[in-house]
Design a protein around this ligand. Structure first.
Ligand SMILES: CCCCC/C=C\C/C=C\C/C=C\C/C=C\CCCC(=O)SCCNC(=O)CCNC(=O)[C@H](O)C(C)(C)COP(=O)(O)OP(=O)(O)OC[C@H]1O[C@@H](n2cnc3c(N)ncnc32)[C@H](O)[C@@H]1OP(=O)(O)O
Length: 296
């Protein structure tokens, strides 16, 4: 697998959700372990190996997921939301019941998302969001092309760039016809409200939700903008939490996409937030008339 490079040309270093990246550049705090991009599971951090062809696995290895030849199982890992085979899989997250579905619209599978919330730097209100792409060749899910930037620049950059890596597969999620893979945004949040440094800021959570729903909407319908976002904050999110966000398409009506999501803790026991969003598919003639290039 070729290295992922951010728009700045800096190689991205994805990190394991169990390892907090260094708060200060050049001062390592904990080991950075690369994800296994082949596996639909979140990798098991202490034993995770880079999914590079011809790189031998450590031995002995028990596989976390039979779909994946690269991801070894770690009994300590609670973060395996997707894999039906993994003994450390979290319980299935309930979806919203009684949601009317437009029958002729293909429904995209739920998208579990793990997010790392960590206080990286007081200077960095928004570090880049990283979307990791499992690319299991056996998985019915298609490869997701949103790759993970975590450049050495990012923890202290107040306006870090966002990376959307281009797909190499014709089944790219950027194609409206393709299904959606699970993806993993890593969102380092910092305490931007000094008096409540231990809780993730609601606006940052809203960004995470908007981005996740927006990514799902984008995968379904191409370029979209958020028209409405409604969030119920049900339980505070501690910084450094690892969260599970399950996003789902509720229905589609013309250019309108109604989406929802549930934001859980990693174990799926605490529901931190519920949200719904309305995303509008871009109308090219209207956008041209506005003279703008809005939307994602
Ligand atoms: C910061 C961190 C980000 C990290 C990202 C990092 C990596 C991710 C990489 C890739 C991910 C990519 C994407 C996902 C990321 C983010 C997603 C966030 C997207 C945004 O954050 S984007 C900015 C905020 N967003 C706006 O800036 C919108 C401003 N706004 C407008 O641009 C227009 O307002 C528009 C286009 C919405 C509509 O305008 P229009 O002229 O095209 O369409 P029109 O008005 O005809 O509406 C058509 C039908 O929608 C209904 N409708 C419209 N609005 C409604 C509302 N509010 N409530 C209820 N219904 C509504 C109408 O009632 C009608 O319904 P009907 O057809 O049934 O009559």
């Amino acid at each position: 697998m070729s290295p992922v490079v951010s728009p700045l040309g800096v190689p991205n270093v994805p990190w394991c959700p169990s390892h907090i990246p260094p708060a200060v550049p050049n001062v390592p705090s904990e080991p950075i372990v690369p994800f296994c991009p082949q596996c639909p599971c979140v990798p098991c951090c202490p034993l995770a190996v880079r999914a590079v062809p011809n790189v031998p696995l450590p031995s002995p290895v028990s596989l976390c997921c039979p779909c994946c030849p690269h991801c070894p199982q770690c009994p300590q890992c609670p973060h395996c939301p997707r894999c039906p085979h993994c003994p450390c899989a979290v319980p299935a997250v309930p979806s919203v019941p009684n949601v009317p579905i437009v029958p002729d619209v293909p429904i995209v599978p739920s998208v579990p998302v793990l997010s790392l919330l960590s206080p990286l730097s007081p200077l960095s209100p928004l570090s880049p969001v990283s979307l990791l792409s499992p690319m299991s060749p056996v998985s019915p899910m298609s490869p997701l092309s949103l790759m993970s930037p975590m450049s050495p620049m990012s923890p202290v950059s107040p306006m870090s760039p966002l990376s959307l890596m281009s797909p190499v597969s014709p089944m790219s999620p950027l194609s409206p016809m393709s299904p959606v893979s699970p993806f993993v945004p890593i969102v380092p949040f910092v305490p931007i409200v000094p008096d409540v440094p231990r809780l993730a800021h609601g606006g940052a959570i809203a960004t995470l939700i908007d981005t996740s729903l927006g990514t799902l909407a984008l995968a379904v319908a191409g370029r979209v903008v958020t028209a409405n976002l409604s969030i119920d904050y049900l339980a505070p999110v501690p910084l450094r939490s690892v969260l599970l966000l399950e996003a789902f398409l509720q229905r589609r009506q013309g250019r309108k996409l109604f989406l929802g999501c549930d934001l859980w803790d990693a174990e799926g026991t605490t529901l931190h937030a519920k949200a719904t969003g309305l995303f509008i598919q871009q109308d090219p003639p209207k956008e041209a008339a506005r003279g703008g290039d809005s939307g994602r």
